[in-house]
Design a protein around this ligand. Structure first.
Ligand code: NAP
Length: 398
């Protein structure tokens, strides 16, 4: 009875019974997925009282796929995700030494998932190294395709590296030590602007106060500096009536979204010292990568950190941790990262009440002190519960 999610004129068209493919994942993945699905279904049921419901479709990847169909990443899985547009996945084993394609890289390239989105917020009760961790509540939009992730890199002493060095030295007089390794950092106006536009659209849609462009443009003037310039340009051209730059906002922002920029190193300091001045962050690939983990550490680490890779009309949400294989099948680990990734997915699809309710449920469960081992060992007085019991506790607090 489920129907496909569609995407037209830049907007998701979500039926009341959307089909959403899921990959349960390896190792602890099945425990985590079982718990997460309970939370998703119970929350959607509580919020919409039966009017809406997800029709989950299992697709195979990783060890389960290899055992059942002899491929780590079957074409049928890629086809199903392409057809249904939005998917969620648990962690997958990366086989050591095997020449298999990485699911993430394959999906990112195939579906052009150009924005890696990482919300970082504090849940009361989680131990944090900060005095006021609750002041940090940011959503980081990290460019996912260009910059150092574009994969143009050559080993020191290779013919390719030597050829590039020779070319740059002879043609442009560049000074490069012979025998160096070479990495190329391509950043385009197109790639930068669509990322910044996505961050601005999100900020406007959910009513956030600012978007900060993070760049190292003082040193890398044409790549990172380009990101800054192109970011302001797209804000001006496409969102003029709803945004204002920080310098103009001195006269009052008039309820508009403030666009500002910070140099990367300053941004790290700012997130520690004045986190509440930042809301949505748009960053090129490497800056975004570094900032995401640093920000997550401020609110208590990566254990609860969700993530999503989003393009135009396609999105894949996932836990940011791995398979934690030593706990596989023990009903022990924390399902919070996949649960919050699900909340992100519902928010992306416009089921905002479900996203809010899930976050409320998780917050309530943590405050109640009945938590999985990873949190229990850090929270004085907490009671350790299993993955499934933690899910039930979340549902109670929805
Ligand atoms: P990992 O699976 O993230 O586990 C490292 C440690 O992190 C665990 O031993 C555990 O720490 C803690 N941890 C991870 N998930 C947890 C959870 N849900 N709840 C509580 N604690 C959790 O990293 P790994 O051992 O390096 O990698 C294992 C496999 O996962 C590898 O094959 C790797 O390639 C793969 N991997 C996949 C993804 C992905 O699919 N997105 C990402 C990273 C790694 P304690 O033992 O201290 O409690």
């Amino acid at each position: 009875m489920g129907e496909r999610i569609d995407y037209r004129d830049g907007r998701w068209r979500v039926p009341d019974h959307p089909i959403i493919p899921f990959i349960e994942g390896d190792g602890t993945g099945p425990d985590i997925w079982r718990a997460s699905r309970r939370v998703f279904d119970a929350t959607v049921g509580k919020v919409y009282g039966g009017k809406r419901q997800v029709d989950w479709l299992e697709v195979l990847a990783g060890e389960k796929a290899f055992k059942q169909v002899g491929h780590w990443l079957p074409d049928a899985t890629l086809d199903a995700i392409r057809t249904h547009r939005v998917a969620i996945k648990g962690p997958l084993t990366t086989p050591v030494g095997g020449g298999i394609r990485s699911l993430n890289v394959t999906l990112r390239q195939m579906l052009d998932l150009y924005a890696c989105i990482r919300p970082v917020r504090y849940f009361e009760g989680v131990p944090s190294p900060m005095r006021e961790p609750q002041k940090l509540d940011v959503v980081i939009f990290r460019e996912n395709i260009e910059d150092v992730y574009s994969g143009v890199e050559y080993r020191a002493g290779s013919a390719e590296a030597d050829a590039v060095i020779g070319f740059l030295t002879e043609r442009f007089g560049a000074k490069i030590r012979p025998g160096s390794a070479i990495g190329v950092k391509p950043m385009s106006k197109f790639g930068s602007q669509r990322l910044v536009a996505k961050a601005i659209e999100y900020a406007l849609r959910v009513g956030r106060r600012s978007v900060t462009l993070v760049h190292k443009g003082n040193i890398m003037k044409f790549t990172e500096g380009g990101f800054r310039e192109w970011g302001y340009e797209i804000a001006r051209e496409r969102f003029a009536d709803r945004t204002v730059t920080e310098s103009d906002a001195g006269k009052g922002d008039g309820g508009r979204l403030v666009i500002k920029d910070r140099i990367t190193d300053a941004m790290f300091a700012q997130l520690v010292l004045r986190p509440d001045e930042y809301s949505v962050i748009a960053a090129p690939n490497l800056n975004g990568d570094l900032l995401s983990d640093a920000a997550a550490a401020q609110v208590g680490g990566l254990g609860l950190a969700p993530g999503g890779n989003v393009g135009d009309g396609y999105a894949v949400f996932e836990a940011t941790h791995g398979t934690a294989p030593k706990y596989a099948g023990l009903d022990k680990v924390n399902p919070g990262s996949v649960i919050l990734s699900g909340a992100m997915m519902f928010e992306e699809l416009g089921w905002n009440d479900v996203a809010t309710a899930i976050a409320r449920g998780l917050g309530g469960a943590i405050r109640s002190g009945r938590v999985t081992y990873d949190l229990a060992r850090l929270m004085p007085g907490a009671t350790e519960v299993s993955t499934s019991a933690f899910a039930e506790c979340i549902i109670e607090h929805v």
